[in-house]
Design a protein around this ligand. Sequence first.
Ligand code: SAM
Length: 275
Amino acid sequence: MSFLKSYAKNFMAILSSYNNPLKKVENISQKDELEKAFYNEEAEKYLENFDIDLFLYDENEKFPASHRYFYSLLQDIKDKRILDCCCGYGFSSVKCAKGGAYVTGIDISPRMIELSQKNADFNHVSDKTDFRIMSAQQMEFENDSFDYVIGMGALHHLNLELAGNEIKRVLKKGGRAIFIEPRIPFKWLIFLRSVIPTKCLESPGGAQLSDREIKLFSRKFSQIHIEYFIFLNKLSRLPLFNKISDKLEQVDIYLSKKCKYLKKLYWAWVLVFIK
Ligand SMILES: C[S@@+](CC[C@H](N)C(=O)[O-])C[C@H]1O[C@@H](n2cnc3c(N)ncnc32)[C@H](O)[C@@H]1O
């Protein structure tokens, strides 16, 4: 009996130490506080010991296919006004500023904003960037302020109804909102993830997005375009497949173009919404 008790106790401890990427925290202020604390701590690691090599901007950096596609949509940005939503440590902000844009980066975590500012200073683009502690669900900008709103791993941390209204409001007419986000490919995985504890690197307020959520979100905009990434390449997390990640990526791109039904099985997407 005592064996069963201690087994159950251990199992519950394991369960509570893992987080379910689909279990959304619905209370907005509670979620924002959790996110702020989590990302302040993340930023702290980098601020404590600022690694020059990690932050030095490299024009020839090799990106995964999703990121290459994302940045290919941001070619013509000289003198454009860009809002980097949930800017984190400011990687995209710095990259866009290097491309000649004026970038405003917002994040709910004050320590992340500090890190972004440090990143911009270090890479000599502070004259083109402006970082502010702000929630993407309640922005302080005028209507029609930006040519682009961008976000890398942003939407899946936000209340989509509130953030969607704000993103649309601050975009100029014809402006584009471009995001890379994680996607949940199988509905049954939602159930499976709720009963089987799986290790998840997601923050407490983050959760992969479903097709239905994006469909609802896209209703706010006049047009939407979606490209899918990461199907077989998901296997490259395993050591055996790690070495052929580039090949798997190419196969994924080929398959996504050849068979539209397969897209349902992909794990990430680049979403473009036009106001
Ligand atoms: C996955 S990180 C992405 C960071 C960055 N875009 C990147 O590519 O590295 C998510 C970021 O969203 C921020 N965040 C979470 N909730 C937010 C909110 N309501 N408003 C603004 N930022 C938020 C977090 O502080 C965190 O920096």
